[in-house]
Design a protein around this ligand. Structure first.
Ligand SMILES: O=[N+]([O-])c1ccc(OS(=O)(=O)O)cc1
Length: 808
């Protein structure tokens, strides 16, 4: 009989030590165990079997099964069961990623917002003050979870702005296996909670492919949302690839829900398989807009930002120096020119902006609180000591996408609409509630990115790319409570995890040869504050903002402010600056004029790195890239002018639905009305903060256009439909003459006009990032008034045979 046998268990179980000892001293089931691999793997081979497990090819091939000559099972012995287990002593891994939170926000890094969980982890862990992201969401997430640069993984910008060029296609190649897949194939239980935003928009429909959804990117379990943001009170949630409704509980908030899910999962996972380590990715939708926060949390921050953004920024900078989280000689660069001095603002502006910061501060604290519950739960099951935690406070800098005065509805940003302070002031008491979808003024983003100048999206400034990170691992870090200053980047996390877990970098995953990991493990810093930097070169690029770091120097150009989308200067005209980062932590002193040769070398190096990593050609287009045709990326609906929909089709995100914006369209619904009438949604798109709805209210057909939650247009039949079949048709005749114009809506029943009305303006670009198109229900928040709230109340009570949407 031939077999081979692999045994190897995590350190935690005493039984595993006993059995491991046995392995070396004796035979198991008659087979002698031969040898151990460099990675703690014990394997055995006879005949043609490999001598030990080789973890560089994943999945690890199963051994050949023995053949038997015995007729009677009583005379034969079975082989040992083959199982891939994690290397002995491998820690659990928890990667926490908060959204849109800059370096100068958290108390842990000198900011004004108390983050006791991050503080607590820092007391026994390490604070990294020279750690970087990509300046934007999807690119940071992809890079973090594969250890390669964002362009190497085709995630040069967010998924919604993918193009046809390598480096920017939005389709993570299979030569870039995610860390989660490596962990899963090495014997870890894997789970992801919260925000994903790594799936290309045209791959988010029911037709798939699902290859780039979390459960095919290495995670056994996923509970969260797929896109870039979600309503925290009424989120769009998937459990795996299945859309699920959030639990109906009073005061529901997604951060709390995802935390409950993560806690339940980790407890169950460790209860069932205590010897199997877990790999968890916990990425909150907070603190991205919408800033949705429970009122009692907001009240705790009342008055905390009264001094305004300049004073808050200055105070943070002083605290950062005092606490030693930034070098004592750090200078505070001036704020960007477009941001008004706080003292120059009218009093009513200040009143509004203070409230915006109170809500944001509360959002950050609330998020940290729930992260604390997860940490508590891991402590309660005695796993904290051997859990390697990365708490990354921000996937990029704080967001300035709120523009100069903030927004009651962030969708105005995506539709090029500027909100006015006078319209926002009446909403102050509702800021952060369900009735708002808010973002704050950019001045706060600059303050919460202290001591840096710029913000999210600016890849050429540390305000965009330098984020606070705490690493906590009692069994792996001897002298906690310290600061680490070595240069790091999100691509360094994956190799750190592999090294800490004694796993080799795989060269082949799922049959595909792998591109090498480009990050550098940070493990060398854990016990050595003074170890020389190992990550010495790093490019940065996002929508034309670009920089190159090498050996303590940074050359950069600020091509565009985050709020600038039109009239951009030519890339060739960009002015480059040079900074000696080792002596100028915040990039305050431009040395370009003093060291022109150095700058020329660095610019040349940028080009070399950019070519190598598929960063070129640089694409600084923003608005055009949101359009699939102009950007050159696939579009599920493509050039189709007609879409037929049936009952049960729901949860269709905007990128996987026919585009009715800026054009004429018709919607024809074949309905059946039971005796006693019917009501509810027929076909809707979007939600409370923008969209349109064809529905029956008290059996009367109606079309409601909800312009950004700010203006509603209702075209409603005065008469109810009789029982039986009916064809309800909406014709929208677009005025033309550009984007976002109005039109005339005509409603007819069985060919007879029943109502007509004007829709004075329409949304040109986006109804919603998370609200969907649905047949027969209105998921999440309702577009229209008067047909209920949520899928249960808005459900159509008749039959919908089909609905045809045609566009011109
Ligand atoms: O296109 N969207 O819907 C979208 C894009 C970006 C985004 O924010 S980001 O932080 O993920 O870039 C949110 C929503």
């Amino acid at each position: 009989m031939n077999w081979n046998y692999a045994l190897n268990r995590p350190h935690r179980s005493l039984a595993s030590w006993v059995s491991l000892t046995l392995v070396f001293s004796t035979t198991i089931l008659g087979a002698t165990i031969l040898g151990a691999s460099a990675f703690g793997q014990v394997g055995a081979a006879t005949g043609s079997q490999p001598a030990s497990l080789n973890r560089t090819t994943l999945p690890i091939p199963q051994p050949q099964r023995p053949t038997y000559t015995e007729l009677d099972v009583r005379d034969a012995k079975p082989p040992a069961r083959f199982e891939v287990t994690a290397p002995k002593g491998a820690p659990n891994v928890l990667i926490i990623l908060v959204d849109d939170l800059g370096f100068g926000a958290t108390s842990t890094f000198g900011g004004p917002i108390p983050t006791p969980t991050l503080d607590r982890l820092a007391q026994t862990g390490l604070r990294f003050n020279n750690f970087h992201t990509t300046a934007l969401c999807s690119p940071t997430r992809v890079a973090l979870k594969c250890g390669r640069n964002h362009h190497t993984a085709n995630a040069g910008s967010i998924m919604e702005t993918s193009t046809a060029f390598p480096g920017n296609t939005g389709a993570i190649p299979n030569s870039v296996a995610p860390l989660a897949e490596m962990m899963r194939l090495n014997g870890f239980s894997t789970a992801a909670f919260g925000k994903w935003h790594e799936t290309a928009p045209w791959e988010t429909s029911v037709s798939g492919p699902f290859d780039r959804w979390p459960t095919r990117q290495g995670f056994d379990k996923f509970y969260g949302f797929i896109g870039g943001e979600t309503d925290q009170w009424a989120p769009l949630i998937y459990d795996g690839v299945k859309k699920v409704n959030p639990p109906q509980v009073e005061g529901y908030h997604f951060t709390e829900d995802m935390t409950n899910q993560a806690i339940n999962w980790v407890k169950a996972q460790q209860s069932m398989t205590p010897d199997k380590p877990f790999f968890m990715y916990f990425a909150t939708g907070a603190t991205h807009a919408p800033h949705h926060v429970p009122k009692d949390w907001i009240e705790k921050f009342h008055g905390k930002f009264d001094d305004g953004w300049d004073a808050v920024r200055q105070a943070t900078y002083e605290r950062q120096k005092d606490a030693g989280v930034i070098p004592a000689e750090t200078k505070l660069p001036p704020r960007p020119e477009d941001i008004a001095a706080w003292d120059s603002l009218p009093e009513d502006h200040k009143t509004l902006f203070r409230r915006q910061a109170e809500v944001f501060g509360a959002f950050v604290a609330h998020t940290d609180h729930h992260i604390g519950r997860l940490v508590d739960a891991i402590e309660a099951i005695d796993q904290m000591d051997n859990t390697l935690v990365f708490y990354i406070a921000g996937d990029n800098g704080t967001s300035a996408e709120g523009g100069m005065v903030g927004m009651y509805n962030e969708m105005t940003y995506f539709n090029g609409v500027t909100e006015k302070v006078k319209d926002l002031l009446p909403l102050i008491d509702k800021w952060g509630s369900k009735e708002t979808f808010p973002h704050m003024a950019a001045g706060w983003a600059v303050a919460f990115d202290a001591p840096f100048k710029w913000t999210k999206q600016v890849a050429s400034d540390f305000g965009g790319t330098r984020n606070g990170m705490v690493v906590h691992w009692p069994q792996g870090i001897k002298n906690g409570g310290a600061i680490r200053t070595q240069f790091g980047h999100v691509i360094d996390v994956a190799p750190t995890v592999l090294e800490a877990c004694q796993l080799p970098e795989p060269t082949v995953v799922n049959g595909v040869p792998q591109l090498p990991i480009e990050g550098t493990s940070l493990l060398y810093t854990f016990d050595s504050a003074d170890a020389p930097d190992r990550h010495t070169t790093q490019y940065f690029e996002m929508f034309g903002n670009r920089a190159i770091y090498r050996d303590g120097w940074l050359a950069r150009t600020i091509h565009r402010a985050p709020w600038k989308t039109t009239d951009l200067p030519p890339l060739t005209g960009d002015v480059w600056e040079l900074y000696h980062v080792d002596e100028d932590y915040s990039l305050a002193v431009d040395l370009a004029a003093e060291h022109p040769e150095k700058l020329a070398d660095m610019k040349a190096l940028f080009m070399t790195e950019a070519i190598k990593h598929h960063v070129l050609p640089i694409d600084d287009r923003t608005i055009e890239r949101a359009n699939p045709a102009l950007a050159g990326r696939p579009d599920v609906l493509g050039d189709r002018t007609s879409l037929t929909l049936y009952e049960g089709m729901e949860g269709m995100l905007e990128n996987t639905f026919i585009n009715v914006k800026n054009r004429s369209c018709t919607i024809t619904a074949e309905l059946e009305i039971p005796d006693g009438g019917a009501s509810g949604a027929v076909l809707v798109q979007g939600g409370r903060f923008g969209g349109w709805s064809l529905h029956l209210r008290e059996v009367k057909p109606a079309y409601e256009y909800n312009w950004l939650g700010m203006q509603r247009y209702l075209v409603e039949s005065p008469t109810a439909l009789p029982a039986g079949k009916a064809t309800v048709r909406l014709e929208f005749d677009y005025d033309g003459g550009g984007y976002g114009k109005g039109g005339t809506a005509t409603l007819s029943v069985d060919g007879r006009q029943v109502a007509q009305g004007r829709i004075e303006k329409t949304q040109p670009n986006l109804f919603s990032a998370d609200e969907t198109a649905d047949v027969g229900i209105d998921n999440q928040t309702p577009v229209a008034k008067g047909i209920g709230y949520g899928p249960h109340e808005t459900k159509f009570s008749g039959r919908i045979h089909r609905v045809v949407v045609e566009v011109q």
